[in-house]
Design a protein around this ligand. Structure first.
Ligand SMILES: Nc1ncnc2c1ncn2[C@@H]1O[C@H](COP(=O)(O)OP(=O)(O)OP(=O)(O)O)[C@@H](O)[C@H]1O
Ligand SMILES: [Mg+2]
Length: 474
């Protein structure tokens, strides 16, 4: 390390590279001891105040018994600890849910903050390139609060000045691996602050059985499954068009059938008409009685049915013109939902050019003009590429089930969706684990949400057909 120079003292010299002639002479400024002590004491005090402020309960756990012990001796302190412990155990037995919410998850969050996030924060930030080590100092994003929910850790972070959300979104894999999670999602909570979501377990790993058919007729957002955070997944179908993209076996059928199931009471009440296009003959044919005459399978029939839907739409638009700008379903003007399974069979893969153009034009007309007059399209397809589905952007709402390639995720959910955690290409191809699992994006937020649709079994469809066919208003 040291290099001797003629007439100089080696102990005052430091060379970073011994083989070169470059020699640095360190400038030594002696700091008075009192200053060092004051800074140290200040730091300890600030740290203490911060810890008490942030973790009052965790601080009280050792401090209160300690104080009682100091003031009154150990027996009262032991009694106090015993009574509190007993109380907590009783609480946990009597009302597990509230105990978990108020105590369990808070303790877990504190433990994970100390043991996982704070312990690994510095190396993960430096190695992933989100922090900088400059001239012996670490410049790190500030680790904030950790909150535990039943399935994930939510970690708030204050970004370094000058960082962008994309810098973090590009490194979700580094973050997930660094903190021992399977994945990581990045969401902007406020300017300069992020919330990182690290799932601890997968609440959607079990198939969900079909939900009971709603008692009240509804066309509003229909409940068709569950979101990752445990909330019901309600899909808006009236006033929009929905495109479901997923590789073969991804569970597109479960979304279609869950929607149909939820709309059946409204269909019986005459507020909804379900029109079905089933070019593959494998999906909707199973419950075709539910659709009555509004079922088509061959491309010619499908084209005719679509033209009919366009006709209904145009007549309605002519009647509504100048009178109303949005649609409320009534028995006279029901909400028409055109369900199309494997839409690419009718568009891209259709060999008859004329038929293909007719169908594409009808679909484009419905998706551009149908929303306000109560005609919606729910379409499913396997391959979301533009060559296959050139009108995919006419669908305001899209659902990405399991996809084969990572690039397809952004094609369905929009730019940056995969970077923000919509890992639709990582969904398991095992039906029990991954069928019906997908990602959606809500209008209000760019963050993708992981969801799973309920599985409407063949028996369920048979029962639905038996129950709702007779009374359907045709
Ligand atoms: N929500 C679900 N939960 C659990 N399992 C499901 C779910 N949806 C579908 N499955 C299972 O996955 C299999 C394939 O589902 P489905 O036929 O709906 O896929 P698909 O996307 O329509 O495929 P394809 O494009 O080949 O028609 C079903 O037979 C069923 O066993
Ligand atoms: Mg299918």
């Amino acid at each position: 390390m040291f290099k001797r120079l003629p007439g100089d003292e080696a102990r005052n010299l430091v060379s970073t590279t011994p083989d070169t002639a470059v020699v640095f002479r360190p400038a030594v400024v002696t700091t008075p001891a009192i200053l060092t002590i004051v800074i140290l004491v200040w730091r300890i005090l600030a740290g203490l105040v911060r810890t008490i402020w942030r973790h009052p309960i965790a601080t009280a756990i050792p401090v209160v018994p300690g104080a009682v012990w100091y003031l009154y001796g150990w027996p009262p302190a032991a009694c106090l600890v015993g009574i509190v412990a007993l109380g907590l155990v009783a609480w946990a037995f009597i009302d597990r849910a509230s105990f978990t919410r108020w105590v369990g998850y808070r303790l877990l969050a504190w433990w994970r903050l100390i043991w996982i996030y704070r312990r690994h924060w510095q190396p993960v930030m430096i190695v992933s390139g989100l922090g900088r080590h400059l001239r012996g100092r670490d410049y790190l994003p500030r680790l904030g609060k950790v909150t535990c929910t039943s399935w994930a850790d939510l970690v708030t972070v204050r970004m370094l000045k000058g960082q962008a959300v994309k810098d973090w979104a590009d490194r979700t894999d580094h973050l997930a691996q660094g903190f021992g999670a399977k994945s990581c999602r990045v969401a902007l909570s406020q300017a300069g602050r992020l919330t990182l979501t690290f799932p601890r377990n997968d609440p959607l790993s079990e198939p969900l059985p079909a939900l009971p058919v709603p008692e009240e007729p509804t066309v509003g957002p229909v409940e068709i499954g569950r979101c990752e955070d445990g909330r019901p997944w309600r899909l808006k179908v009236h006033g929009t068009h929905v495109l479901v993209a997923g590789a073969t076996g991804a569970g597109k059928g479960s979304i279609i059938w869950s929607v149909i199931r939820a709309l059946l009471p409204a269909a019986r009440a005459g507020l909804v008409e379900l029109w079905a296009l089933d070019p593959k003959l494998m999906e909707l044919s199973y419950g075709r009685d539910l659709f009555g005459p509004r079922y088509a399978a061959t491309p010619e029939e499908c084209a005719d049915l679509l033209d009919e839907a366009v006709c209904v739409m145009q007549k309605r638009a002519a009647r509504f013109a100048g009178l109303q700008r949005s649609h409320t379903p009534t028995a006279d003007d029901p909400f028409v939902l055109v369900v199309v399974d494997e839409v690419a069979f009718l568009t891209a893969y259709q060999s008859d050019r004329q038929l293909r153009q007719r169908i594409s034009a009808a679909l484009a007309t419905l998706t551009t003009q149908g929303r306000a007059v109560g005609v919606g399209v729910l379409a499913a397809l396997q391959d979301p590429r533009k060559e296959v589905m050139n009108i995919r952007n006419l669908f305001p709402d899209k659902i990405a089930l399991r996809l084969d390639e990572s690039e397809q995720v952004d094609m369905v959910l929009g730019d940056g969706a995969r970077d923000r955690g919509a890992l639709a290409d990582h969904i398991s191809p095992v039906p029990e684990l991954g069928a019906g699992v997908g990602y959606i994006r809500l209008e209000a937020s760019p963050e993708p949400i992981r969801v799973r649709a309920t599985y409407v079994s063949d028996d369920d469809i048979r029962t639905m057909a038996a129950t709702f066919t007779g009374g359907e208003d045709r």
